[in-house]
Design a protein around this ligand. Structure first.
Ligand SMILES: *Cc1c(COP(=O)(O)O)cnc(C)c1O
Length: 356
C-alpha cells in the first residue's frame, strides 16, 4: 500500500480550542488538540481510517481490552522548527515498534504506511497546536485495543487503532532522584517487557508509589531473577557515564523496552567518537562508581524528557549523589544537539526528522 492510495475520511472540528490553551501553565497530557484519528479492524481487515473532532467514544461493558488487557500504545513528538515547518522525530521507528508490540500481544499489526500517514495527516490538520515556544512540542499518542464484546479469554476479533495528540512543555523541570528496586519487577525474560503494553505501566504504579513516599521520582528496575543487573528507569532507558564512556544495559533479553531516544543518543555519541558500551550493567558496578566518584553522569532517555539527568541514586538505605549538572558536558551537549536538530536550528545529518 503506498501513501497515495491511503485515503482517510476527514471531518473537521467547527471551532478550534487552541486559543484557550494556557501555555504557561500546561499540565502534561491533559489538554488535547482538536482532532483524533480512528481506524477499526474487523472481519480480518483494517477498515477505512477517519480523522474527526476529538470526542468521547462509547464502549460495550464487556469490551475485551478492559477485561484482559490487549492494549498497546506508542509515544512520539512533533516539533515546530525555526523556519516554521513541523517535524516528527523518527515515526518510522515507532511504527515498527508498534507492530512488534501488536504481534507480542496477539493483535493485528497496523501497516507502517498507514501508521505514518495517519500521524502525518492528523498533525498536519492540527498543526496550529505545534507551538514554537522553547521546550514545547505536540505529544502524539497512537494506541490499539481490543473491542470484542465478550467475557471470554481469546484474542479479540475486533480492534480500534486511535491517535490523539496533546501539546506539552518540559516533562521534568528538575534533575531526577531514582531508587534501585530490588524486590518488585517490571519485566521477566519471556514476558512482555519489550512491548509497550498497557499492563506494564499499570503494574509499575504501586512499586513507583512506594519510592515516591521516600522522596524519589522513579525506580531503577533490575532483572527479575537476581535483581543484580540494571535494566531501565521508570519509563525511560538508562545510560551511565564512567571514564568518558557511555554504558547502557543491553536490550538483548526481551525485558527492556527498545527506546528510540536512547538509540538516537548513543548514535550521536558514537558519531562524535565517544566510546559506547551496551552490555549487562551490574548494580554493584554503578553503586561502587557512584561511591568512589567515578560515576560522571547518569540519565534517563525517553521521548517525554529526551534526557533526564539523575541527581541522586537511592540504593538500600543510601542516597548516592551524582556530580552537579553543569559538569555533565557530554549529556548536556547531546541534549542541546537533539533539541537543535528537532527544531531545525542545525542540519539533520542523520535524517531523523520526518516533515509533515
Ligand atoms: C517508551 C518507553 C521508553 C522510551 O522509549 P522512547 O522511544 O525513547 O520514547 C523506555 N522504557 C519504557 C519502559 C518505555 O515504555
Amino acid at each position: 500500500m503506498s501513501v497515495s492510495t491511503i485515503n482517510f475520511s476527514i471531518q473537521k472540528a467547527e471551532n478550534s480550542k487552541v486559543n484557550a490553551v494556557e501555555w504557561d501553565n500546561l499540565p502534561f497530557g491533559k489538554v488535547f488538540s482538536d482532532h483524533m484519528f480512528l481506524m477499526e479492524y474487523a472481519d480480518g481487515e483494517w477498515k477505512q481510517g477517519a480523522i474527526m473532532p476529538f470526542q468521547n467514544i462509547s464502549m460495550h461493558p464487556a469490551m475485551s481490552a478492559i477485561h484482559y488487557g490487549q492494549s498497546i500504545f506508542e509515544g512520539l513528538k512533533a516539533y515546530r522548527t525555526d523556519n516554521n515547518e513541523v517535524n516528527i522525530f523518527r515515526p518510522d521507528m515507532n511504527a515498527k515498534r508498534f507492530a512488534e508490540s501488536a504481534k507480542r500481544m496477539c493483535m493485528p499489526e497496523v501497516p507502517e504506511e498507514i501508521f505514518m500517514e495517519a500521524i502525518r495527516k492528523l498533525v498536519e490538520i492540527d498543526s496550529n497546536w505545534v507551538t514554537n515556544r522553547p521546550g514545547y512540542s505536540l505529544y502524539i499518542r497512537p494506541y490499539l485495543f481490543a473491542t470484542d464484546e465478550l467475557v471470554g479469554i481469546k484474542p479479540s476479533d475486533k480492534y480500534k487503532f486511535m491517535i490523539i495528540t496533546s501539546p506539552v512543555g518540559m516533562y521534568y523541570s528538575e534533575p531526577v532522584r531514582v531508587k534501585i528496586e530490588e524486590h518488585y519487577t517490571r519485566a521477566a525474560i519471556g514476558g512482555v517487557g519489550r512491548a509497550k503494553a498497557a499492563g506494564n505501566y499499570g503494574a509499575s504504579l504501586y512499586p513507583a508509589k512506594q519510592c515516591q513516599i521516600e522522596g524519589f521520582h522513579q525506580l531503577v528496575w533490575t532483572d527479575a531473577k537476581e535483581h543484580k543487573y540494571i535494566e531501565e528507569s521508570g519509563t525511560m532507558n538508562i545510560v551511565f557515564q564512567i571514564g568518558g564512556r557511555l554504558i547502557s544495559p543491553t536490550e538483548d533479553a526481551d525485558t527492556i523496552l527498545r527506546g528510540i531516544t536512547k538509540r538516537s543518543v548513543l548514535e550521536v555519541a558514537k558519531k562524535w567518537g565517544v566510546e559506547v558500551e551496551e552490555r549487562k550493567v551490574l548494580v554493584e558496578e554503578i553503586v561502587t562508581a557512584a561511591k568512589n566518584g567515578t560515576l560522571e553522569d547518569a540519565f534517563g532517555a525517553g521521548t517525554a524528557a529526551t534526557i533526564a539527568q539523575i541527581a541522586i541514586i537511592g540504593y538500600r538505605d543510601e542516597r548516592l549523589e551524582l556530580p552537579p549538572l553543569e559538569g555533565r558536558t557530554l549529556s548536556n551537549k547531546i541534549k542541546a544537539y537533539m533539541d537543535d536538530m528537532k527544531t531545525g536550528r542545525i542540519d539533520d545529518e542523520f535524517g531523523w526528522n520526518y516533515k509533515v
